[in-house]
Design a protein around this ligand. Structure first.
Ligand code: PGA
Length: 253
């Protein structure tokens, strides 16, 4: 059984005080379900990770980073490594979020190195994949998602790949208010699971959690979670409001 997983990606939002307040409200409001019937994680900006990790130390809400560099240390000005993130209490890390791919310009190859480095450093990567609107409109969704998965997981043994969570986030649904329908999302989630079975084996495919992300809100979260291959939600905007995020957690639990 795949335990539902709800993750809140705060992106470049909050400040030191509001990040701690938000984390505490989420943790206390979800204490009956978090860690038991649902995995919950929050992804604050780098500079507030340690504060949030400390605030959550007595709770079952995990902390993750929004990005990581692919080397463990050295002359990489401005970058942050997996051992550093692990050191301050991170469990998860997002790799290849669409804003990193399409705004910052990260390549499949760099994302693959980040996923590998995260696992080596003891973090659990969430590999994000998803097509642009133009790619969906020209029927390239399957091809794009397959390429991102194949290159994102390249060189990883089944044992290492079992540490990875996949997040399907159609780029046209992120921050746009336009969610994929539960059926559209389920279709791609099933494709992802089939790719994993083909790349590895059916056990790994059955055990891997595949999250949906892109304008998830309280009013669509239960329908999305009702789909067979949707195991959780990666929530952006709605995760900045504790009440909304808690309601989404409860809808998944
Ligand atoms: P959104 O963001 O929920 O604001 O669309 C999702 C994400 O980018 O992870």
């Amino acid at each position: 059984m795949r335990k539902p997983f709800v993750a809140g990606n705060w992106k470049m939002n909050t400040d030191s005080r509001s990040s701690v307040n938000l984390a505490k409200r989420i943790a206390s409001g979800s204490s009956e379900v978090a860690g038991h019937s649902v995995s919950v994680a929050v992804f604050p900006p780098f500079v507030y990770l340690e504060l949030v990790a400390k605030a959550l130390s007595a709770f079952s809400v995990a902390v993750g980073a929004q990005d990581v560099y692919c080397e463990s240390k050295g002359a990489f000005t401005g970058e942050v490594s997996s051992p550093m993130l692990k050191d301050i209490g991170c469990t998860y890390v997002l790799c290849g979020h669409s804003e990193r791919r399409h705004v910052i310009g990260e390549t499949d190859e760099l994302i693959n190195r980040k996923v590998a480095a995260a696992i080596t450093g003891g973090l659990l990567p969430i590999l994000c994949v998803g097509e642009l609107l133009s790619e969906r409109d020209s029927s390239q969704t399957e091809q794009v998602v397959a390429r991102q998965l194949k290159s994102g997981l390249a060189g990883l043994s089944a044992e290492k790949a079992s540490a990875v969570t996949i997040a399907y986030e159609p780029v046209w649904a992120i921050g746009t208010g336009r969610t994929a329908t539960p059926q559209q999302a389920q279709e791609v989630h099933q494709l992802v699971r089939n790719f994993l079975a083909a790349m590895y084996d059916s056990q790994l495919a059955q055990e891997t959690r595949i999250l949906y992300g892109g304008s998830v809100k309280l009013d669509n979260s239960a329908d999305l979670m009702g789909q067979q291959d949707i195991d959780g939600l990666l929530v952006g905007g709605a995760s900045l409001n504790a009440d909304d995020f808690l309601a989404i957690i409860r809808s998944a639990a």
